[in-house]
Design a protein around this ligand. Sequence first.
Ligand code: SF4
Length: 276
Amino acid sequence: MPSAIVQKYLRVNRLAHIWCPGCGIGEIINGTIRAIDKAGWEQDKTVIVSGIGCSGRAPGYMNFDTIHTTHGRALAFATGMKLAKPELNVLVIMGDGDCAAIGGNHFIHAARRNIDLTALVINNQIYGMTGGQYSPTTPVDFMATTAPYGDAEPGFDLCGVAKSAGSTFVGRVAPVRMPELINTVSSALQHTGFSFVEAISQCPVYFGRMNRLGGPVQMLMRQKEITMPVRQAEQKPEEAEGKLLTGVLYQSERPAYGDLYGKIRLKAQWKAGEHV
Ligand code: SF4
């Protein structure tokens, strides 16, 4: 029998889901519904938007108003929704290819505008749904079906891009650190402005198999080895060398795009009235 929280926030009649056994996406969605609950977002005032790919299927299982949009355009749809109905809470779920390749421009400009929504990017470092091609976050030298001798391109640092582009909240989480995942996503949801969270995920079927990283359990243990909570890193900086920091990495305040746009619209209306 599913727990009360699962029954409330998931469309249990849509299960079983399509994800492979041991995939990290299910764990991240499990943590995300708990973060939504913690943040106090009401179901009938919440919209979940996704693009295309394994992660793009997530909203189909989530019991909110949801929209599965086109590849790379989830943030564009979400921006329109937030501007038309600012009272809605908007969560956008994307994969690394969806966000940083075809959707890269939308990602940069949503961060620059500081539009008040949350972008959760599930980063499995590969295109899973289409057969294991390398993505913008595949690390250099790692294998993919389109890079059988190793990827020659360095992977994007998604959190670095988000911060440089103007995101006012940046976090990184991993399913192996579930309490931190729930707290960080919940803080992102409650932040006013563009909040960005990278969720490290395991794709045992393509990334794991091609790079001989073992099964789901070994990949989760690897997540523990390559990451370190930011608070722990502050206390032991010598142990943080080369690690991916997790938790809330950056937070600041500046006016959100909807507020600035609203003021400009008022000015335009006033000016139009003046000339009538
Ligand atoms: S292909 Fe990879 S990312 Fe996609 S569902 Fe399977 S394990 Fe998950």
